[in-house]
Design a protein around this ligand. Structure first.
Ligand SMILES: [Ca+2]
Ligand SMILES: [Ca+2]
Length: 225
């Protein structure tokens, strides 16, 4: 009986860890066929993995971001980027990125993609440098440079114009049911685009903006063109 109980607990722990960890299978043909590359890390150069401009389909666990250039399009916000989240979710690469992807990364922690985080990006459409806040942050390292952001977890955050939670403010939210909230463009961030200097957990401001994907549950992923 004891052994049986132990094995049930182990199974549960094992499966829940697997469900929330982040990994991806890339395939060089449509519908999850062809040569496969398995990744569980952010990869700034798919060329280094022998898979540059090859991916045609995928299966993912987690929240993944795809770029046509190396280095997460740090110098080019014009190219199409793609973002998608889910558990054991498979699909073909959207056509603008079919055989175009040169770098990719997941959001947040590798072992659990649902950890509550506010992650800001220095470029629109989640390009460029990223900075994740797990707790209140009185001063951003990438000060005045957030042009897009992602909210994971179940609660909102407040971003502020100045350090130490001063100046104009804005509440940003995850989607319903604790799904990720995407603020993909500078217009998604209102007056705080390129101005954010600090952030706090919870909504502590009258100004509120819902994420681009608010209530769009059917929308697993989105491409920016
Ligand atoms: Ca490319
Ligand atoms: Ca500022």
């Amino acid at each position: 009986m004891y052994l049986l109980l132990l094995s049930v607990i182990c199974l549960f722990v094992h499966s829940s860890a697997k469900n929330h960890s982040q990994f991806i299978y890339l395939y060089d043909d449509l519908d999850q066929v062809g040569e496969m590359l398995t990744l569980s890390e952010c990869t700034s150069s798919l060329e280094s993995k022998g898979f540059d401009n090859r991916a045609r389909s995928m299966c993912i666990n987690g929240l993944w971001l795809f770029y046509p250039d190396e280095g997460f399009n740090i110098n080019d916000i014009e190219g199409p980027t793609y973002w998608v989240y889910g558990d054991n979710h498979c699909e073909n690469m959207p056509s603008p990125l079919d055989q175009q992807v040169s770098s990719l990364r997941f959001h947040g922690y590798q072992n659990n993609w649902r950890v509550p985080l506010l992650t800001t990006y220095t470029g629109e459409f989640f390009t460029g440098d990223e900075e994740s806040a797990l707790f209140d942050r009185f001063e951003y390292t990438n000060d005045d440079s957030a042009m897009s952001l992602i909210v994971t977890g179940c609660y909102p955050w407040t971003i502020y114009e100045h350090s130490r939670y001063n100046g104009r403010c804005l509440c940003v939210y995850p989607d319903e049911d604790c799904n990720p909230g995407f603020y993909s463009q500078s217009t998604s961030l209102g007056v705080l685009a390129g101005e954010a200097s600090s952030c706090r957990q919870g909504c502590l401001c009258e100004e509120k903006l819902m994420p681009d994907n608010y209530k769009s549950k059917s929308n697993f992923g989105k491409i920016n063109n």
